[in-house]
Design a protein around this ligand. Sequence first.
Ligand SMILES: [Mn+2]
Length: 334
Amino acid sequence: MKLGLGAIHEVTEEKLKFAKQFGVDHIVVHTPDLSGDGYWEFMDLLRLRTLVESAGLKLAAIENIPRSYYDKVRLGLPGRDEQIENWCKTLRNMGKAGIPILGYDFHLVGVWRTEKSPRGRGGAYISSFDYERVKDAPLPAKDSYGYDLVAGAPLALAGEMTEEEMWDNYTYFLKAVIPVAEEAGVKMGLHPDDPPVPILGGTVRIFRSIDALKRLIDIVPSDYNGLEFCQGTVAEMGADVIEAIRYFGSRKKIFYVHFRNIKGTVPKFDEVFIDEGDMDMFKAMRAYKEVGYDGVMIPDHTPGVVDDTGWGHRGRAFALGYMKALVQAVNSLP
Ligand SMILES: [Mn+2]
């Protein structure tokens, strides 16, 4: 198991130093601003990797492509073939630039929480989700990342899609891109839909169960088709987390891990500190070790603590330290 730091949108000297100081070797960059026109250019990707490596770190993955780059793909609209072609260009350029993993998701309204309040331990700010409060909320114009939900298309389209249509759009996309991912040597890992509920903002969400994750790996069997395994989201599903680690880990389908703990499951959960959630994180870490997982793990969302920064340096440092101790602990098991 390798530890890393993610949720880094802009690779600054300060972030790299932070990672280095807390003793991790890997960086996951989140939707970098690479000024590409529908795809990312080789030189921009190469510069990004070089920047990370100049600090003595490795660029383990890029997480998420700008959502406008594949809005038509997700909705199955005319123009999707061009976007798929661009996705393939990005994959080829990533491969040439030596960036081995692309994390992505395939839903319409992004990550959604209903509250962020100081209800956490000692008044820490935690984010929470309560499906009751947003079940019937209408389709927003922008997703929760702030991007236009469906650039240039009637919003209603997204709201009218059925689950099977969403699966069709996904299948069409996956069959087109995975062969190119193989050629390029870039693994594509899907992040399950967070929160994993059937409908949000009037749009369907298909990756909300273990069965759905199994289905996606069967659509195109390939070493390059797998998961950005968000343990927090799997816990939100109410699924058996250890079982899921064993199932996907033993099949080498976990490309990297979001190591997060929560309290509750959908319809209602809180994102608490890593040491106080429902999941025994030691057991989880042991399961990764037992299946021979050798990829990167990064902290995911963490509660906001006293005097923390907007990015959450203190919260992330706590999670990282905890993870480091867990890795040492499982590695010292007989
Ligand atoms: Mn996650």
